[in-house]
Ligand binder design. Sequence first.
Ligand code: NAG
Ligand code: NAG
Ligand code: ZN
Length: 506
Amino acid sequence: MDNLLQWRLFPLLTLLASLVVFFYVQNRSKLPEKSCSLLPYQHYWIASKRIVTPQGVISGAVEIQAGKIVSIVKEDQKRPSSKLGHVIDYGEAVVMPGLIDVHVHLDDPGRTEWEGFPSGTKAAAAGGITTLVDMPLNNFPSTVSRETFELKIQSAKERIYVDVGFWGGLVPENAFNKSALEDLLNAGVLGLKSFMCPSGISDFPMTNTSHIKEGLSLLAKYRRPLLVHAEIEQDPISNLGLEDGDDDARSYSTYLKTRPPSWEEAAIRELLTVTKDTRIGGSAAGAHLHIVHLSDSSSSLNLIKEAKNGGDSVTVETCPHYLAFSAEEIQDGDTRFKCSPPIRDAANKEKLWDALLEGHIDMLSSDHSPTLPELKLLDDGDFLRAWGGISSLQFILPVTWSYGKKYGVTLEQLASWWGERPAKLAGQESKGSIAVGNLADVVVWEPEVEFDLDNDYPVYLKHPGISAYMGRKLYGKVSATFVRGNLVYEEGKHASAACGVPILAK
Ligand SMILES: *[C@@H]1O[C@H](CO)[C@@H](O)[C@H](O)[C@H]1NC(C)=O
Ligand SMILES: *[C@@H]1O[C@H](CO)[C@@H](O)[C@H](O)[C@H]1NC(C)=O
Ligand SMILES: [Zn+2]
């Protein structure tokens, strides 16, 4: 009897014991898995010899508590006492506001095989970007109604490693439907975006001036901006004597000819007939129009300058790829460089830099617009049929810095183009500068460190191979990224939980 009991109970007890151990181990390993931050502190100081503040670069420390910047002390002032919290000393590394990229296509939901929230926001964190504003197209369905916007917010939940806000789409279907647009704006989009030429996405049709007028007058009440892709088709491609399968389709100059600066100029001329109403006392006073990714630095830019001088509420962005590359250096068949408007010649690029440095171009954005490698047609190299869009998100800080070196770009300028100005456009003034009371969105980086963007470099984008920057040598290594006080990225590691916040306008 004794023997029998033992024989029957022993395996049962062993099984029970192993189940207890199993659940204990499971629960234990769950604790670190859920962490929003690679730091165990809520209250700490970031010290550095180079902290970029709106008042200039200082040596000192930034105190962070519960996700906010609560004080900033200069080195010669009272040193933070270790009793007040942990001090992370970054030495000579630059401490700057986390970058805000107001023009990103994350393709989520619906085309997550192109990018998606997790890979896109991990890449952003690794690149020192703490806030993205996602475009309403390239995801499916396009974000043009309250319902489609809710799908996007749902998809972003617990899948974003940095904060993400959203632009809604202004399309012919909703432009004259006030209640539809109000629903979308009340749901929290930060503003609207529209196209003056085909967008390349069938459920995101282009708008005309009447639609833009309607959108702008409604947005005036909400004090949110309208962003416009400013190109109007002038000569259809067929007029250029090009045919599909033509050898010429591999040549960059062929593509360049299909989208001349006159397309941008025509669109901007048209837009500025509408922005006159945004002046004080005008019918759309309070509205703001933002021209996305300007490439033409000649007539188009002059028109914008005139409008600004006249008091129109208008701003303009350009992208790092227009500042880094020129048409002359793009190899035939290298469709990684195809985007619209196109990258123009070297003289145009020089003038874009001048305009940026002189303040006529207000800010930068990535226009990160990835796709499947198959759709880039890298093997064919057909510029006319390849997907137009440049993949760049993770690299915008080192790219702006590296290519800006010869123009004497300063840390303060970087913080303005990538922080303060985009924060203002998106209505997120609690971000974009290292100031007391602001959210603790911070990038720590080493401007002097050089690296090769080769196949060994850790790229978190879904399709690193399609990025126009692969193979380049760049300056500026991102060491750490903080979002709302959470250390979300450090030295090749991300926080285990995706705790970025979907930003909704109120
Ligand atoms: C306007 O949009 C709403 C949905 O928000 C829809 O129910 C209504 O039918 C639309 N009106 C017109 C005239 O299309
Ligand atoms: C814009 O398109 C709408 C149709 O969606 C049309 O009613 C309107 O007249 C057009 N406006 C202009 C300026 O072409
Ligand atoms: Zn875009």
